[in-house]
Write a protein that binds this ligand. Structure first.
Ligand code: GTP
Ligand code: MG
Length: 252
């Protein structure tokens, strides 16, 4: 997709009890809307939040354009991703793009203009922890090492051109590639609940012909206010099992 042809950026945020991250994250989104020539609409998916995330978001309704998708009960990240992708494919046009990022204020909306540039003639842009120039602050060293080992394994089992970061949730997608994948696979597009859903989505898009580019990511894990809600070890085990399954049986 060419940069000049982008009409609007939808910013998809899957949120599970992120009340304290809303204000600092939305301040960064507001700063982006003031400098970006392309309009930005926030699409927030509430995955059964019980901590007042909704009220924190509503306080921003007159400062940002926000669509609030209420999932009512907690169904996990996969369901949130499906809801965001489906809403975007239905509501947006061919010249719109979807950026999805964590809602815990660890990803930086200021990277979106750089992602737009990297989208030229591509279908997906990944903010990658494994590109020269990436900046990572606050991630425990053990998690960096296991993440790197896992990334090498994903690359070996499912080699994909220009992809080094298979699990990072901070990505940009064109409308065209998401619509194509949604009509190609049985609904819902994503079947996985935990963070395996990010790999599942990427591999399915690549199967549909997606050209993927990466930019170096700024990861501010030190900004995280709430404790991690991901059970990293059980999610990693599940993901490794799925990777082998997908390799042997293909993706349903
Ligand atoms: N963990 C978790 N996150 C969810 C869920 N539903 C939506 N999310 C959101 O998905 C995004 C990713 O979750 P995180 O907990 O940040 O997961 P992560 O970045 O892989 O790992 P940590 O940052 O270490 O927790 C966040 O914006 C969450 O609010 C859910 O059921 N569980
Ligand atoms: Mg996170």
């Amino acid at each position: 997709m060419s940069v000049e042809s982008i009409n609007k950026v939808y910013l998809g945020l899957p949120a599970y009890n992120e009340k304290d991250s809303i204000a600092p994250l939305f301040e960064k989104v507001e700063a982006l809307t003031k400098t970006s020539p392309i309009p930005v609409e926030v699409l927030l998916y509430d995955d059964g939040c019980t901590d007042g995330t909704k009220e924190a978001v509503n306080a921003w309704q007159d400062r940002l354009t926000i669509t609030y998708l209420d999932g009512v009960v907690n169904k996990g990240l996969g369901a949130g991703m499906n809801a965001l992708l489906s809403h975007f494919v239905k509501a947006a046009g061919k010249r719109d793009v979807l950026v999805i990022m964590d809602c815990d204020d660890t990803h930086d909306p200021a990277q979106i203009p750089q992602m737009i540039k990297a989208l030229d003639k591509m279908d997906v842009v990944v903010a990658s922890r494994y590109r020269k120039g990436s900046f990572i602050k606050g991630v425990p060293p053990l998690r960096i090492v296991t993440g790197l080992g896992a990334a090498l394994l994903y690359k070996t089992i499912h080699p994909a051109r220009r992809v080094r970061d298979y699990t990072c949730g901070f990505r940009m997608y064109t409308h065209q590639i998401l619509s194509k994948a949604m009509s190609h696979y049985t609904s819902p597009l994503i079947k996985e609940r935990g963070f395996a859903c990010m790999v599942e989505l990427l591999l399915k898009l690549i199967k549909c012909g997606a050209k993927v580019n990466e930019i170096p990511m700024r990861l501010r894990y030190d900004n995280k206010r709430s404790a991690s809600k991901m059970d990293v070890s059980s999610n990693t085990m599940r993901l490794l099992k799925k990777l082998v399954d997908w390799r042997i049986r293909g993706m349903a």
